[in-house]
Write a protein that binds this ligand. Structure first.
Ligand code: NAD
Length: 291
């Protein structure tokens, strides 16, 4: 069995690393703010002091970080991942970042003899805790096969999309749908409320219809109570919609809904909702329509 390293113990990274531990894997952990490692060390993980130490003492290094800036920092900082990179090491980046950055990070790792996979995930915190994520993979296929036993602990399915960056592209594609659906639910609820309909009955109507989803059920209480404790923060959804816009521009394609959702989530972020769950886009739409 490999020794695993885990860098980034946020909303997603913590339950994912915990699942590996609970499945009996040996896991070294690092997080920028140290206190987040405590629940993991209490469950048997070894806390190390830098990404460099994680690479030195692990065979497969998972990263679950906010964005490209975080991944770049963890790779290139003084005690970063690249400082200890050598042949035989595998970096599995599960963060959602752009395909372009993915390819550039993969080259940095391969120049030092390592292998870098992009393996972002679909599914939020509850799904991560349940080990039911969908792993969306790109990069060297043989290395993905080596990682497959660990992906099987973290998720219910791994879908391989091809060369480096293809996992990141696929992740952006599904998050485009997520952003649009999130805004769609928000607009539906605002429309219904402005029409004088009872919110509880509207939530029930959606739940009973063909438009019911696991996503909707997961967030129904947030809409009901207008409280949005974060599973997937507005600022991360906005980051992804910005990446989607950049990719669409690069490919010279027009996506009207992507444009619209990008604007709405960005305004939610700028209007004090950055740390709330993405469902708070409903609140943003509601506030915009209060008059
Ligand atoms: P989070 O904000 O809860 O955690 C981010 C992690 O990145 C933290 O551990 C933080 O310490 C680390 N980090 C940030 N900047 C850093 C830096 N400069 N140096 C070192 N560490 C740094 O985010 P999350 O919700 O766990 O999401 C992580 C990634 O997974 C994001 O790319 C997100 O888009 C993606 N994602 C999130 C969800 C979700 O539902 N939360 C679902 C699927 C994918």
């Amino acid at each position: 069995m490999h020794t695993l390293g885990w860098i980034g113990l946020g909303h997603m990274g913590a339950p994912m690393a915990m699942n590996l531990l609970q499945a009996g894997c040996k896991v070294n952990v690092y997080n920028r703010s140290r206190e987040k490692t405590t629940p993991l060390t209490e469950s048997g993980a070894t806390r190390l002091n830098s990404p460099k130490e994680i690479v030195e003492q692990s065979d497969i290094i998972f990263m679950m970080l906010s964005d490209s800036n975080a991944v770049r920092a963890v790779l290139t900082q003084e005690n970063g991942v690249l400082a200890a990179m050598r042949p035989g090491k595998v970096v599995v980046d599960m963060s959602t970042i752009s395909p372009e950055d993915t390819m550039s990070f993969a080259s940095m790792v391969s120049e030092r003899g390592g292998v870098y996979l992009d393996a972002p995930v679909s599914g939020s915190v509850g799904v991560a805790k349940a080990g039911q994520l969908v792993i969306i993979a790109g990069g060297d296929q043989q290395t993905i096969e080596i990682c497959q036993p660990y992906f099987n602990i973290l998720g219910k399915k791994t879908i391989y999309f091809g060369s480096s960056g293809k996992g990141s592209s696929a992740k952006l594609a599904i998050n485009l749908l997520l952003g649009v659906i999130g805004q769609g639910i928000g607009e539906t609820l605002v429309f219904a409320e402005k029409s004088g309909l009872d919110k509880e009955k509207v939530l029930d109507m959606i739940s009973q219809s063909a438009l019911n989803t696991a996503l909707f059920q997961g967030k129904k209480d947030m809409y009901r109570n207008e409280e949005f404790p974060s599973a997937f923060m507005v600022e991360l959804m906005s980051k992804d919609l910005g990446l989607i816009k950049a990719e669409a521009d690069r490919m010279n394609i027009t996506l009207p809904l992507a444009e619209a959702t990008n604007i709405t989530y960005r305004s939610a972020k700028e209007n004090g909702k950055a740390k709330l769950d993405m469902a708070a886009v409903y609140l943003e739409l509601k506030e915009k329509n209060t008059r």
